[in-house]
Every structure is written in structure tokens, then in C-alpha cells.
Design a protein around this ligand. Structure first.
Ligand code: GLU
Length: 493
């Protein structure tokens, strides 16, 4: 049996779109499920869209997401390198190859030189629009003889090379998600294959490369579906075996519109910066357009590899639901080690101005306790500063209605006073002591239960609810607790 070989073939536009990550993921999952190869090829034939650093950024995003490939373009020691036996894997390094295949098509009569100027093409299109026709190249240069064309080229005339589609011919192919597809050539343009700058168009390069790299399955977004008949025709013109096609449903937002930069976060980097864990993003994305046989929602990468199939990819757009993503991310945060989340949290705490480098180094275990205290309640790591902000405050101002209500209780002054008194007996407030503190206060005041705990919580946090109280005591420490109580006594009692 032929080896299963899949490729992800992004254009380096500057960032990896979340939909692109899902395409890469599905390619990866299928390749691994079938013990095949996964390849990263860079499609950079559109020189007008060149973006500095884009390849590195793309590779970095795939790496972060844990999507590994076997062949193609890698970054090592800050340098772009290529690995594999089918290279080069960067299209701009393959210009000679494309030239050779364009010549072959011309020789066989499947392509022709076209000398039409941009002005002429615009005028033709304008006229067709006025007549209510679908804009299409009118074929003026189709019948120029090869001799005449070569003559004109030798005199320096600018040209492109176009695919010569036969009239009224049905191009047929099968898509694993969409079934059989038939398109008549009367409805397709004579696609430009080679541009006047000598670069191939995507359409030529993709077919030549997929063939030469022995790609068995082409898995890409459905926005490429209209191009596929042209590609299929090229395979036929070259006499090559066609790959298997799979077009994936677009990733949509809740309004069923394509996820675009205008509507917020779309790049993998955006999600990393917002505090999503890679395994959570990957887990969630796998479910946008694919569903398992049962209703399992949490998957490791290995489980995804085991369960993934194209049979269960839907035809209709997959909705990207941020709430669901948050839920999945929260799950992974809760199941991560405190140390991992602490390391991830430190940059956010610094950015919020709550800590600096020195603090992070000297008080790492305090930070671990801080993170552990709120870890259960997080959707994203980026939420940490807002959740722990109250610990860093000088004083707590009480604004919540029910918190102010609690402070009206007649037992409150005695409880708060007793806490301060008890604290006089300790040097350092450690977890052991914190656990017993409220028992001691209970003994001293005779107050217990809610009447005992609520005033203490409100005085120290400003709220009637929140994380584990013992942790809050330890995090604040003796001095801060006393200060906070005095502030409340002065201002609210
Ligand atoms: N270069 C195309 C892109 O940027 C690849 C499409 C394909 O996979 O054929 O998405």
C-alpha cells in the first residue's frame, strides 16, 4: 500500500490563523492515525505578500501547539532549515521545477502563452459584468501558435502562461467529506499558471509539489474547493494519479461568520497571549468540525490520533464557541501542576505591576500558594491578576452590599479584635497556625460558624465569597491581616 503522506502548506502571511491550526491538526491526526508522514511546506510564491519573520512565527505556533511534523521546514538555532528527501520545501526555491512542468504543459498543448495586458483584461471583465456574464478570460491568446508566441517573447513582450481547458468537459473528483463533485470547464477560467514575474501561481505550484512530494491526501479549508477542479484537470493533463481530497468546513464565529481579525482573536499567538494552554486549544479545535462517536469532550493528543477520522467531519461550518473553549481550558488548568501554572502566571502578574523579577525569584513558593488558591476558578491564565489583585492591595475597601451587611453584626468588633489579639502570639503565620486560628478566636469570643467566619473574610478580602480562607491568611501574613482589620475598624465599624 502507498504510504500515507499529508502536508500542511501555509502561506507565510505573518501569523497562523486558528482555522489554519485546525487544518494542520486534522492533517497531523490523520497522518499519525495511519502511521504516515506529516510534512510542512511553505507556499510563498506570492511575493507581494512577503512578511519578514512569518515562517519562524508559523513554525513557532505549530511547535507551541504540539503539532509535530516529519519533513519540511524547521527552525534550528534561530535558522530556517529543511529536512526530508522531497525538498526544497519552500516554494520560492523550486522555481526551476515549476518552469520545467510549465514547459511540458505547453508542449503537450495543455497551456498557452498569454500576452493580454492588465488594461485589456480589466476592460473585458467590465464588459462581461455589464452584460451580466460571469467575468472570465475571453481566450484571445488561446490560438496564438507556439512559434508566434516564442517570437513575441524573444522580442521582450511580457507574458503569462494559462491553462488551456477544453470546452464543455466535465471535471470529476471525489471529496471524502463532500462526496462526488462534477464541474464543467465552461464554468471555469483558463487559470494563470505562471505569472509575468516568472513565479508560478498557487495552482500550478500546489499540484506539482503535491505530486512530487507524493502527497496521498490533500486536506485543506473549503475556501479552496472552487480551485480544486483546476488542480484535478492539471493532474489529468500531466497524466498523474490524483490524491484524495478532503475539504474542511470553515471555522465560524457564533454569528456564523468567518472568524476574522475584525471580530477579535484569530491568531494562535492571540490565544497563547490570552492564557490558553496549547493542549486545551488543540483539544477544543479538534471538536470544531469533527465529533467523536460518543460524547467524549476531553482528549489527549494520543486519543485524538486514535479516534480521528474524516467520516466524522461535518460538511457545515464549525462554530468556534469561546465559552466552550474557556471550559476546556479551565479543565486543563485545574489538572495542571501548580508549578506549571505559576510559571505561566508570572509574566501576567508582572505585566499587571503586581510583582517584579526579584519578587518572582525570592517569593516563588508564596506565588505557588497564590496560584493554587485561585487555580480552580480560572478559565485562562491571563485572569490571574484580577483574581489575586485583592491580596496585593494596601487596604481593602468594602463596596459589596452583602459584605457591608455582614459588618453590621454586633459580634463583629469582638471577632476582629480577637483575631488581632491571637496573632500577637505568633511570629510567622504558617499554614499549620492558620488552620487553627479561627478555632482560637472561637474559643476567645464564643462566636462560631458563619458569624465567626464571615466578618473575618469580609474584613480581609472585601467579599463574602472567595477562595480558601486558610490560604488567604497565609498569603496575607500577620502584619497585613492586622493592618486590614484596623482599616475596617476605623472605616466601617
Ligand atoms: N497555501 C495555501 C494556504 O495558504 C494552501 C492551500 C492548500 O492546502 O492547498 O492555505
Amino acid at each position: 500500500m502507498k504510504e500515507v503522506r499529508l502536508r500542511f502548506a501555509p502561506s507565510p502571511t505573518g501569523y497562523l490563523h486558528i482555522g489554519g491550526l485546525r487544518t494542520a491538526l486534522y492533517n497531523y491526526l490523520y497522518a499519525k492515525h495511519n502511521k504516515g508522514k506529516f510534512i510542512l511546506r511553505i507556499e510563498d510564491t506570492d511575493q507581494t505578500r512577503f512578511v519578514e519573520g512569518a515562517i519562524e512565527n508559523l513554525i513557532d505556533s505549530l511547535h507551541w501547539a504540539g503539532i509535530k511534523y516529519d519533513e519540511g521546514v524547521f527552525v534550528e538555532d534561530g535558522k530556517i532549515v529543511e529536512k526530508g528527501e522531497y525538498g526544497p520545501y519552500i516554494q520560492s526555491k523550486r522555481l526551476d521545477i515549476y518552469k520545467k512542468y510549465v514547459d511540458e504543459l505547453i508542449e503537450k498543448g495543455h497551456a498557452y502563452y498569454c500576452f493580454c495586458s492588465k488594461e485589456r483584461l480589466d476592460a473585458v471583465r467590465e464588459e462581461q459584468k455589464i452584460k451580466g456574464l460571469i467575468p472570465k478570460y475571453d481566450g484571445l491568446c488561446r490560438n496564438i501558435s507556439l512559434e508566434e508566441a516564442r517570437e513575441r517573447i524573444s522580442k521582450g513582450e511580457e507574458y503569462v502562461v494559462r491553462l488551456k481547458l477544453p470546452p464543455n468537459y466535465d471535471i470529476k473528483f471525489h471529496d471524502l467529506v463532500r462526496g462526488d463533485i462534477v464541474i464543467n470547464t465552461n464554468d471555469i477560467d483558463d487559470q494563470v499558471l505562471l505569472k509575468s514575474d516568472g513565479f508560478p501561481t498557487y495552482h500550478l505550484a500546489v499540484v506539482v509539489d503535491d505530486h512530487l512530494m507524493e502527497i496521498s491526501h490533500i486536506v485543506r479549508g473549503e475556501e479552496w474547493l472552487p480551485s480544486t477542479p483546476k488542480h484535478v484537470y492539471l493532474y489529468e493533463a500531466f497524466g498523474w494519479e490524483k490524491p484524495i481530497y478532503v475539504h474542511l468546513p470553515t471555522v465560524l464565529n457564533k454569528d456564523r461568520k468567518k472568524l476574522s481579525k475584525r471580530h477579535g482573536d484569530v491568531s494562535v499567538e492571540d490565544f497563547r497571549d490570552k492564557g490558553y494552554l496549547p493542549e486545551a486549544l488543540v483539544n477544543y479545535l479538534a471538536l470544531v468540525g469533527w465529533s467523536p462517536e460518543d460524547n467524549q469532550e476531553i482528549f489527549t493528543m494520543d486519543e485524538l490520533i486514535e479516534k480521528f477520522s474524516f467520516e466524522r467531519v461535518s460538511k457545515t461550518g464549525g462554530i468556534f464557541d469561546k465559552d466552550k473553549l474557556n471550559w476546556v481550558n479551565g479543565h486543563y488548568i485545574r489538572n495542571s501542576s501548580v508549578q506549571r501554572i505559576t510559571d505561566l502566571a508570572i509574566p501576567y502578574l508582572k505585566e499587571a505591576g503586581l510583582i517584579d523579577d526579584k519578587f518572582a525569584e525570592e517569593r516563588y513558593s508564596w506565588l505557588e500558594l497564590l496560584v493554587k488558591t485561585v487555580q480552580e476558578s480560572l478559565d485562562t491564565v491571563a485572569q490571574i491578576p484580577e483574581k489575586v489583585d485583592f491580596i496585593f492591595k494596601e487596604n481593602i475597601d468594602i463596596v459589596e452590599e452583602d459584605a457591608l451587611e455582614v459588618l453590621k453584626g454586633e459580634q463583629v468588633p469582638a471577632v476582629l479584635r480577637a483575631i488581632k489579639e491571637e496573632l500577637k502570639n505568633v511570629e510567622v503565620l504558617d499554614e499549620e497556625y492558620a488552620k487553627g486560628l479561627m478555632k482560637l478566636v472561637q474559643k476567645a469570643t464564643g462566636v462560631k460558624g458563619k458569624n465567626l467566619f464571615m466578618p473575618a473574610r469580609v474584613a480581609l478580602t472585601g467579599s463574602t465569597h472567595g477562595p480558601e480562607f486558610v490560604n488567604i491568611l497565609v498569603l496575607l501574613g500577620k502584619e497585613n491581616i492586622i493592618k486590614r482589620i484596623e482599616h475596617v475598624e476605623e472605616k466601617y465599624l
